[in-house]
Design a protein. Structure first.
Length: 295
């Protein structure tokens, strides 16, 4: 079964062009699944898997306290894996046929209000080169709504300061052009011209660098974000996606077109973007309840 999994992962990387994080998610889910199939169900060939075995695996996940969202993700991974095996004539039957995907509870993304965003941006220490880098990263994230993996993947030639846009390579290796506001452009220009050179150790073209001169990683960004949030005394739980969520919510609250926001976020389906209209509606209700005399 390991060989089939390796072939599938290679297919997802080469043919599908999926991001490293997405591929790792598939691999993690499927290793969990195959381990259960082999050790608990005592199945030696992936082609012998039946629908009942998969349902037993889901019951196993539930017994471990896994959420409906996690089980739904496993369902998608398992379905894609078996479909791959069928298309490549490794197996005949499809055990995922008529397999229901658990409905995950919809949770609204956590966002910062405008004042909290300002606090976070101001927390970077501009007396240091790293402060300009950190401020530039936060400004770019809030100005563009790009994913953190997209931010850390930026190269110098992806940035056009004169025209005020950034070229971003998103999921599925798809390119999109995102406008950048004046504030983000100005701090980014200072970082590139005055501060970035202090991190350079090699001939790297990566835009954001760590202390060793290498491209900053998602994990490195996460540490920086937590440190800035603590310094800014922001009590809300923050994730690397928080500024992306805040970017979209604030645009929609101020009347931005949903399709335009979809394009900037790089969502393939507008239904994914529509969750931010729910966030905006929730905010309106809160304001009404707080300020209307008869609420």
């Amino acid at each position: 079964m390991k060989d089939q999994l390796l072939d599938f992962i290679q297919f997802m990387i080469v043919e599908k062009g999926l991001s490293e994080n997405t591929v790792q998610s598939y691999e993690r889910d499927l290793k969990n699944y195959l381990n259960y199939i082999e050790k608990v169900e005592q199945i030696e060939s992936i082609c012998d898997v039946k629908r009942t075995h998969i349902l037993q695996f889901f019951s196993h996940l539930k017994s471990q306290g896994k959420s409906a969202k996690t089980i739904a993700r496993h369902t998608s991974s398992i379905r894609s894996f078996h479909h791959f095996l069928i298309r490549n004539r490794r197996c005949d039957g499809d055990p995922t046929e008529h397999l229901d995907t658990p409905k995950s509870e919809k949770t609204l993304p956590k966002v910062l209000n405008i004042e909290e965003v300002e606090q976070l941006l101001q927390a970077a220490d501009l007396s240091k080169a790293s402060g300009y880098r950190d401020r530039a990263m936060m400004e770019v994230l809030y100005a563009t709504g790009m994913r953190v993996s997209e931010l850390t993947g930026l190269q110098l030639d992806d940035v056009n300061l004169d025209m005020g846009f950034i070229r971003c390579i998103g999921k599925g290796n798809k390119e999109r052009i995102i406008p950048v506001g004046k504030t983000a452009t100005e701090i980014l220009e200072v970082y590139i011209r005055q501060s970035r050179g202090k991190f350079v150790r090699t001939s790297t073209t990566a835009l954001f660098l760590n202390q060793k001169g290498n491209s900053l990683t998602r994990q490195g960004f996460w540490k920086i974000l937590k440190a800035l949030a603590m310094k800014a005394n922001i009590q809300k739980e923050l994730t690397p996606h928080t500024l992306r969520h805040s970017f979209a919510t604030h645009l929609i609250e101020n009347g931005a077109d949903l399709r335009a926001v979809q394009e900037m976020l790089g969502h393939a389906d507008i239904s994914t973007t529509q969750i931010y209209t729910h966030v905006s509606t929730k905010r309106i209700r809160e304001v009404y309840a707080k300020f209307h005399p008869r609420a």
